[in-house]
Ligand binder design. Structure first.
Ligand code: MG
Ligand code: ZN
Length: 371
């Protein structure tokens, strides 16, 4: 045989055999388009934090190296180069740039925008959120609430009554049942069939998919990963299994490593390390599910950089210590990692709002419903 054919043939067989199902990340057969979307947000997480996480885990051991599709988003808000987490999450949830502090509302008149979670819920998808902050904090709030000011936490909690969210795992029960207006929103949710649980145990949840549930891991904000918090990876695994049973149409799950940002505002390296390792394990849990399922698109990104985090020269591998230029967010571009059916849509450089459009495109709905 002509010599030139041998590499081509080898390549042919390599590609051919790579289509068989296998536990190997590079050898999964994906559906043509996803049924399920898991959107994972590391708050405050951009290239420096991911680099630090990768170095802390060790070469070849971090989850980041398992992705073949990587892009970047431009994180600015409608009126400022540096976004906050409310405008950042609203860009993902609604596909529109908005002003800092806005929770699911748009300029110039603060009109509410329908989020992808709300729209998919209305279309019969199962929906969930798993976070390490309270339910009313900016990132989860921006997927289900509509308020001009992110600090309106009591109103944000009331907005949870407007969507039939199937599962929530995170903090913040106090915003529902320990309120200045004395309303008990948890009683209302129970009357609507929700199972309400507290703590970080999963055994008493309706994981067979029979009922919606909220598992409150704290009355306000959950502990840090550098202290006692461990639930995020297992909660993500459980939420995927539950949501899969909850609707035959598919599911949308938002998972947030909420406290990466808080460690950065505090310029606390040990806290950052614990949060990045926790988030690595959480993304690993989602990829494990997606790899087995074959119908699940996993997108992992941050909403913005924070801390002006730098990886400084002059350190050995063992004493690796990131430095910080500030205690604030910055405007650096943020990486987007994608895995699963239509993952290739997420390569390139685009606005943060395009993540919303790309999710709809992946589902086969153009760039999303008309606004
Ligand atoms: Mg957040
Ligand atoms: Zn922040």
């Amino acid at each position: 045989m002509p010599r030139i054919l041998l590499p081509a043939l080898l390549l042919f067989f390599a590609c051919h055999s790579a289509r068989k199902p296998s536990a190997d990340a590079s050898a999964v057969v994906f559906a043509e388009r996803p049924k399920n979307i898991i959107l994972m947000i590391g708050d405050g997480m951009a290239t420096p934090q991911i680099s630090a996480g990768l170095y802390w885990k060790g070469a070849g051991k971090s989850v980041w190296e398992q992705f073949s599709v990587v892009g970047f988003h431009k994180s600015h808000s409608s009126d400022e180069k540096v976004t906050d987490s409310a405008a950042g999450a609203t860009a993902f949830s609604c596909g529109q740039k908005t002003f800092n502090g806005a929770i699911g509302v748009l300029p110039p008149d603060n009109r509410p925008c329908r989020t992808i979670l709300e729209e998919l819920d209305a279309r019969g998808w199962a929906t969930g959120m798993v976070v390490t902050c309270s339910a009313t904090h900016a990132t989860p709030a921006s997927f289900i609430a509509h308020q001009d000011i992110r600090a309106y936490t009591e109103s944000i909690a009331e907005d949870y009554l407007n969507t039939e969210l199937d599962c929530f795992i995170g903090g913040g029960s106090g915003y529902f049942d320990d309120r200045p207006d004395k309303k008990n929103l948890l009683d209302t949710l129970k009357k609507r069939g929700y199972v309400i649980r507290r703590g970080t145990g999963f055994s008493r949840l309706p994981l067979d998919g029979e009922a919606p549930f909220m598992l409150f891991t704290a009355e306000r904000e959950p502990p840090t990963a550098s202290a006692t918090r461990r639930y995020l990876p297992e909660a993500t695994r459980k939420a995927c299994q539950y949501l899969q049973k909850r609707s035959p149409k598919g599911f949308f799950l938002m998972v947030e490593g909420s406290q990466i940002d808080w460690a950065l505002h505090a310029n606390d390296r040990n806290w950052l390390k614990a949060e990045m390792i926790d988030f690595d394990a959480t993304v690993t849990a989602a990829l494990d599910f997606a790899r087995t399922d074959g119908n699940t698109l996993v997108i992992v990104t941050g909403d913005h950089e924070c801390g002006g985090t730098s990886l400084n020269p002059g350190e050995s591998k063992q004493t690796f210590r990131p430095g910080f230029a500030s205690r604030m967010h910055s405007a650096a571009m943020v990486p987007v990692f994608a895995f699963g059916p239509r993952a290739e849509l997420f390569s390139g450089i685009y606005d943060n709002t395009a993540i919303y459009n790309k999710m709809w495109t992946a589902l086969g709905n153009g760039s999303g419903p008309a606004k």
